[in-house]
Write a protein that binds this ligand. Structure first.
Ligand code: GLN
Length: 194
């Protein structure tokens, strides 16, 4: 399917989904806010934005979205998970809460809040494997890092602390916020694989 016209859900249980929706719309996709299981029906892909993964995990349960999402993911739904969204996509979470359950969409383990207090929030220009147009301006906010990479997962960018951008098939996960830097290339790259 071409990116243009694709119906792309943006999980909107917590935090602002608006910037992702705007990026998707600018690229010709049709963004759909997802708050209930019914909102997932008919979406061609899903963005799981940043926020707080502990809260996100609880809200996935209380909203009933978790079950529907697990079904779609099992069928190969393309997912873009950013920051807390990357944590939700991971197989295992280091430094998580006991009642926090990730979805295991990508075979990676992540460490929450991996950049310590000194680097709570920062920007870095990332060298991204295979991304034309030069370095990508990445905004990190209390970001996780990838602590284990399973077979079949490509690391597309990393910092000294570890990988921060990975791809597994049609699933893309970023430790940073690609919607905040004013550069749509990663959203574009995600849409190209739908
Ligand atoms: N530190 C947050 C968490 O653990 C993620 C922060 C973010 O999404 N900007 O969920």
């Amino acid at each position: 399917m071409r990116a243009s016209g694709a119906k792309v859900g943006v999980l909107a249980l917590q935090g602002p989904a608006r910037l992702h929706a705007r990026a998707l719309a600018e690229l010709g996709a049709e963004p759909v806010e997802v708050r209930t299981p019914a909102h997932l029906v008919g979406v061609d892909a899903l963005v799981i934005p940043g926020g707080e993964s502990t809260t996100l995990s609880l809200l996935l349960d209380s909203s009933g979205v978790r079950g529907a999402l697990e079904d779609r993911v099992a069928d190969g739904l393309p997912v873009l998970g950013t920051c807390a969204g990357m944590i939700m996509c991971a197989a295992a979470v280091l430094g998580g809460r006991v009642d926090q359950h990730s979805l295991g969409i990508v075979d990676i383990d992540v460490r929450r809040n991996a950049f310590g207090r000194q680097r709570d929030s920062f920007e870095a220009d990332l060298d991204v494997e295979g991304l034309p147009g030069g370095r990508f301006p990445a905004v990190f906010i209390r970001a996780p890092v990838v602590a284990r990479v399973g077979p079949g997962v490509e690391v597309l960018a990393g910092l000294a602390e570890g990988p921060v951008l990975c791809r597994s098939g049609a699933v893309l996960v970023t430790a940073f916020h690609p919607e905040l830097g004013g550069d749509l290339r990663l959203h574009q790259s995600f849409l190209e694989r739908i």
